[in-house]
Design a protein around this ligand. Structure first.
Ligand SMILES: C[S@@+](CC[C@H](N)C(=O)[O-])C[C@H]1O[C@@H](n2cnc3c(N)ncnc32)[C@H](O)[C@@H]1O
Length: 256
């Protein structure tokens, strides 16, 4: 039975605390599409100034820093930023603890801003997403791009409360239980970590989604027009059944 009263606010603050930063780094920081992600973002950045929202431990930002004039990262988790700074090359990324919905970097302007790994879904209301688009539009140079990687709700196979297996290796298994609350467009995931010789751990995350047309309207309201959409970082077309998507929005260029 799904409890519709579970309060989702604050859930994600907990999971990106110090302990989760370590678990994330151990179990999720390697993704097979990381190289393609960096290659694509470097093309869109075109050697310019870049900002990553929810930069985490720098999986993408650190290698990208070698290909761009500057890379800046913001994150709400002090633990993740500490991981980033401690990693080789971490000093090449400028970081600030800030929220993607409210950040203000003064007069700094960027050629590319990106929010990947389902970052927009971590903003738990439509209003927070609107604020994020507004902040992004403010911080982009004319002609700059905003790249989003996240849920494609029209193709996503929403779970119904069952348990699936996310990862198995020699001494650990990670299970994922998912509950969908369509009435408030929320998905709750419980990750259950079973590691040999350790007590089981449970981390619950909340995601909020809006339809892709709603996302495009929010962007347009802030002067960002949809330029392209893809199903993955190899830039294959977005299929109706694709569970995730990449969208590229562009701020109008300078008048010539
Ligand atoms: C799944 S990790 C992804 C890290 C990195 N973007 C990557 O792709 O490797 C999500 C990150 O977003 C951060 N985050 C969550 N909510 C945020 C918010 N409202 N503003 C900024 N960062 C946020 C978390 O602390 C975490 O470091």
């Amino acid at each position: 039975m799904i409890d519709p009263t579970v309060d989702i606010h604050g859930i994600n603050d907990y999971i990106y605390g110090d302990e989760w930063s370590r678990l994330w780094q151990t179990h999720f920081a390697k993704r097979p599409d990381t190289e393609a992600t960096i290659r694509r973002l470097a093309e869109w950045a075109d050697g310019g100034d870049v900002l990553e929202l929810g930069v985490g431990s720098g999986r993408v930002a650190i290698p990208l820093a070698a290909k761009c004039r500057s890379v800046y990262g913001i994150d709400t988790s002090e633990g993740m930023l500490r991981e980033l700074r401690a990693r080789q090359g971490g000093q090449q990324v400028w970081t600030t603890e800030a929220d993607a919905a409210t950040f203000d970097l003064g007069s700094m302007r960027f050629d590319l801003i990106y929010f990947i790994s389902w970052g927009l879904q971590m903003l738990l209301s439509k209003e927070a997403k609107q604020h994020c688009f507004e902040r992004v539009a403010e911080h982009l140079r004319p002609g700059g791009a905003f790249v989003v990687e996240g849920m494609h709700p029209e193709g996503y196979p929403f779970g119904s409360g069952g348990l699936g297996t996310l990862k198995i290796d020699r001494a650990s298994t990670i299970l994922n239980g998912e509950v969908h609350r369509p009435q408030d467009q929320v998905v709750l995931n419980s990750l259950i970590f079973l590691v040999d010789n350790e007590l089981p751990r449970v981390h619950t995350t909340a995601s909020h989604y809006v339809s892709t047309s709603c996302l495009d309207e929010m962007a347009a309201d802030m002067g960002l027009s949809l330029e392209a959409k893809f199903g993955n970082w190899e830039c294959e077309p977005l299929a109706d059944s694709s569970p995730s998507m990449i969208r590229v929005y562009r701020k109008a260029g300078p008048d010539v």
